[in-house]
Design a protein around this ligand. Structure first.
Ligand code: ADE
Length: 433
């Protein structure tokens, strides 16, 4: 190490992911080892991501982290597990410009600072810990020159937050549950990259919920302790579904993908209901969204519009449990169907009068343009969808029941950001900018 003052930093950006075959239930709570394989799609980090800068300096007296502008403790077991695993794999580094050399041995004594931002509203609870822990592990691995591939890093991220292991890759990702007691084979692997199926459009409706929160950790624990269904799911259902899902993804077979995703989501909710005390992640709004979309699919599926049947049935719904809010995830096979879906959603769930459109529909704004919606007046002017008109009952609207919509698509895995101006850490002080 050089004698003068120095700070070395690395900045990285990592995506979040959403499961299409769900992880629910652990066989080891400390190592975070699941009872079944799971498969996810990585969401485009241009819309939802975590950015994390990490720094090392001999002046740092202890490991510190600032999350979304506030200092938070790194003393939790999960953070400590990740830090310990990374430190034990750190290698020598040399920064010639700064005249700094750090040896493997030095890393045992050096402390790090971590500054992280999630670019999506934290209140949405949208798997922020997946993107966050993946970004923490990825950026520290770069800083510490950890010479391990993404799969090995995924096993470290897994110990911070289970689903974080799947955020180490873009596209479609499988988390293999593994068999070893020490978790060494419980890793994520990429099934296909994000370009493989790039016409998928993902719309997430973040639904306000007044329900009592159940954290995933305690919910999963209760399920494994009390549900009779979960063992059947993990041992009999998921292994077959994983094979079918891999095939559907490989062949870009949307009807099969939709069927498997919906079936898995429904079974996940059934397992939650089979838990003592029962866990209810869906609320009236999520049920309403599902039944509107079902109605639309059925309407378009009548013989008169046979030609558009395959197009419209390509809207799929799954509900995802998040911390305080409930999100309904809708994936459509193409942009035309996605724009029609968004029109319907905005018709039934218009924003509160004082909300502006840019904060009500976030992410890929081009879907809004495709839907012909430029401002609030366009939402007010939307006419009831034809499948509702048929029933001769006035369509009921639920203003304010959706907090906001996110439009996105499959995206890339983690990247290092080399542009210094994007760093969240002051390179002189090692503190947040
Ligand atoms: N938990 C939630 N978001 C996080 C982040 N960005 N970094 C670390 N932990 C997190």
């Amino acid at each position: 190490m050089a004698a003068e003052k120095w700070v070395l930093t690395v900045t990285a950006q990592t995506p979040t992911n959403i499961a299409v075959i769900k992880y629910w239930g652990k066989r080891d709570e400390d190592l975070i080892l699941p009872i079944n394989d799971s498969i996810s799609v990585t969401l485009d980090p241009d819309h939802l991501c975590t950015t994390t800068s990490v720094a090392v300096s001999p002046d740092f007296t202890h490991d510190r982290m600032w999350l979304n502008g506030k200092e938070v403790s790194l003393s939790g077991g999960r953070y400590q597990n990740c830090l310990r695993e990374l430190r034990s794999r750190a290698s020598d580094i040399e920064d010639e410009k700064k005249g700094v050399k750090i040896t493997k041995k030095d890393w045992e004594k050096l402390h790090v600072h971590v500054v992280s931002y999630n670019n999506f509203p934290t209140a949405a609870g949208l798997a922020s810990s997946a993107a966050g822990l993946a970004c923490l592990v990825f950026s520290l691995a770069k800083l510490m020159n950890v010479k391990e591939d993404h799969s090995r890093l995924s096993a470290i991220a897994r110990q911070g937050s289970g689903s974080a292991c799947r955020s180490l890759y873009g596209g479609f990702v499988k988390w293999i549950m593994g068999k070893e007691e020490n978790g060494s084979d419980s890793i994520a692997v990429q099934l296909t990259d994000e370009k493989h199926w790039d016409d998928l459009v993902i719309i997430i409706a973040v639904v306000s919920s007044k329900q009592k929160e159940t954290s995933s950790t305690s919910g999963m624990h209760d399920t494994v302790e009390t549900s009779m269904l979960v063992e059947h799911r993990a041992k009999e259902v998921v292994p077959k579904r994983i094979i079918q899902m891999e095939e559907a993804i490989k062949n870009r077979d949307f009807p099969a993908f939709a069927r498997l995703t919906c079936a898995d989501s429904n079974q996940f909710h059934a397992v939650c209901l089979d838990t003592l005390p029962p866990i209810f992640y869906m609320n009236d709004t999520s049920h309403r969204i599902i039944s509107y979309v079902e109605k639309w699919n059925r309407f378009e599926g009548t013989p008169q519009v046979l030609s558009s049947f395959s197009l419209k049935c390509e809207i799929l719904i799954l509900c995802r449990a998040v911390n305080k809010l409930v999100a309904v995830l809708l994936i459509s096979h193409n942009r035309k169907a996605a724009a029609q879906l968004l029109q319907r959603l905005l018709f039934f769930f218009p924003p509160q009068s004082d909300t502006d459109l840019s904060s009500y529909v976030i992410g890929d704004k081009t879907i809004l343009q495709d839907a012909g919606i430029q401002d609030m007046k366009d939402i007010e002017a939307l006419s009831p969808p034809p499948e509702i008109k048929e029933t001769n009952t006035p369509a009921q609207k639920y203003k304010g029941d959706v907090s906001y919509f996110i439009c996105t698509r499959p995206g890339r895995g983690p990247v290092v950001l080399t542009d210094e101006s994007l760093s969240l850490i002051n390179p002189e002080t090692g503190l947040p900018k």
